[in-house]
Design a protein around this ligand. Structure first.
Ligand code: NAD
Length: 454
């Protein structure tokens, strides 16, 4: 693939203003939805081949989300792209003021592997809705999904508008040498820094959707039955390979024994066995080895089994974990759940504040004071009180990280904004020209300007 040529053609196409037409954007979104729907079976088969993800999971966490996002833009695109009239300040009267959402131009979306369709097509859908051209670079780790995405898009859309580049680090590095008008990256914090550095050379704006260690706090006021049910679902969904999965649990010491007992019963009854349709496998050997190293068998109270030939790791719970343990140093991104206990709620809050700002945080509590402290004192991308993960499924909420977990956000209106520049326009009539701003200046003009701007 001649990458410089692709970008140059996309840039020329953008300059032709074709993508400014709302009808063009709507047609592209309708077409993409129809394509995905017609290929649903192939898309599901590819992701199952790559890492054993079931048809239910791939619909609920990939395709269904994309359809919802496309429908959202089809419904809202007229309003989102219309100029918005805002107030005009006294000094600028007579006049009227507007914000024009304007597409950035030629955009690049780099996806992560763990939700391959959602994380590559999701941002691209927002880019299209906002009137941009888009180059998609999906993750190379799930090979079948990557090849299918390329086949689907490259056969059905003109490459000067939308194109999937197949490849790994080498191709991404070549892409990052080019000048884009916006880069949207999903992946690790390590690679996020590489992307940010490359974008800085061209002053290209970025959205970085990164990872981190997302904590779950469980206090003695929590409804424990409900807490374990939701935590177990969220932790072992996609075999723990979810950026906003509960990474570790901070549980109040007084209820630790009861919580752990319920937690283990719930995992046991959920039947996350090798080959179960609701339990996927680890994506590759590198991640498998990384995860197995994190398992400290002296601290395992559940699971701890693994099989390299099938890249299977059973749900694994470890207790009596300290902050210095290997499992607490980096994002786990797998089915290992460490538990740390705390004596006071303040201690738990302080411990999280000591760490890098996480992508998500979760609190299980029925206490209003604890809830207020959680939302006011902790900084994190987004999260839930009394649930995990599902804040991502509300298109009215921005999704993104903060600090080490990312820059910017998307989904729904926020996705449209993320791929748009807000252009300010002040419209003035040619009558009613006040002489105030023009020299020569005198004390009376100074008094007026102080009154106007003071
Ligand atoms: P990754 O950073 O290894 O790869 C992401 C993308 O970057 C891939 O397309 C890959 O080809 C490319 N890449 C890898 N190395 C590169 C390099 N040296 N130079 C240029 N490009 C390079 O991440 P991953 O393993 O695909 O995904 C796991 C990470 O992503 C986890 O940290 C997870 O938390 C995070 N993640 C975040 C979100 C979110 O929405 N915030 C969603 C999913 C995953």
């Amino acid at each position: 693939m001649d990458i410089p040529n692709l970008i140059s053609r996309q840039r020329q196409f953008f300059k032709s203003h074709v993508t400014l037409a709302i009808s063009y954007r709507k047609n592209a979104l309708h077409k993409l939805k129809a394509l995905l729907q017609s290929q649903e079976e192939h898309l599901q088969k590819a992701i199952y081949t790559d890492f054993g993800k079931s048809a239910f999971d791939s619909y609920a966490t990939e395709l269904g989300i994309l359809y919802k996002e496309i429908d959202f833009y089809l419904r809202k695109i007229d309003g989102l792209s219309a100029p918005q009239r805002v107030k005009t300040n006294l000094a600028n009267l007579p006049g009227s003021s507007y914000i024009y959402p304007e597409p950035y131009g030629c955009t690049l979306v780099i996806g992560a592997w763990n939700y391959p369709y959602q994380l590559s097509f999701g941002p691209a859908i927002a880019a299209i809705a906002a009137g941009n051209t888009c180059v998609i670079k999906p993750s190379e780790l799930p090979k079948n999904t990557m090849m299918l995405m390329a086949d689907l898009i490259n056969k059905n859309f003109p490459s000067e508008f939308l194109h999937v580049v197949v490849g790994g680090v080498e191709e991404t590095t070549l892409l990052l040498k080019e000048k884009f008008d916006k880069i949207f990256f999903t992946g690790s914090t390590r690679v996020g820094k590489i992307v940010y550095e490359a974008a800085a050379k061209h002053l290209t704006p970025v959205t970085l959707e990164l990872g981190g260690k997302s904590p779950v706090i469980v206090t003695r006021s929590a409804n424990l039955e409900s807490a374990v049910k939701r935590i177990v679902w969220g932790k072992f969904l996609n075999c723990g390979q979810t950026c906003i999965a509960p990474d570790y649990i901070l549980v109040e010491e007084k209820i630790k024994a009861q919580f752990v007992d319920l937690l283990l019963k719930k995992i046991q009854s959920s039947n996350y066995t090798e080959g179960a349709s609701h339990y996927t496998r680890i994506i590759n050997e590198r991640n498998f080895d990384r995860l197995v190293k994190m398992i400290d068998h002296k601290k395992v109270i559940f699971g701890g089994d693994f099989k390299k030939e099938t890249l299977h790791i059973s749900p694994t719970v470890m207790t009596d974990i300290s902050w210095d343990d290997l499992v607490m140093q980096d994002e786990i991104f797998g089915p290992i759940l460490p538990i740390i206990s705390f004596k006071t709620y303040d201690e738990a809050i302080q411990a999280i504040l000591e760490k890098e700002k996480p992508l998500s945080a979760y609190l299980f509590s029925e206490d209003d004071k604890e809830k207020a402290q959680f939302t006011q004192e902790l900084s994190f991308g987004g999260g839930c009180i009394n649930d995990v993960i599902i804040h991502i499924a509300n298109e009215h909420l921005p999704f993104g990280g903060v600090g080490g977990s990312g820059i910017g956000s998307y989904h729904g209106k926020y996705g449209f904004d993320c791929f748009s520049h807000s252009k300010s326009i002040l419209k003035k009539p040619t009558w009613g020209e006040p002489s105030l701003k023009y020299p020569p200046y005198n004390s009376s003009k100074l008094a007026w300007i102080k009154r106007l701007l003071g």
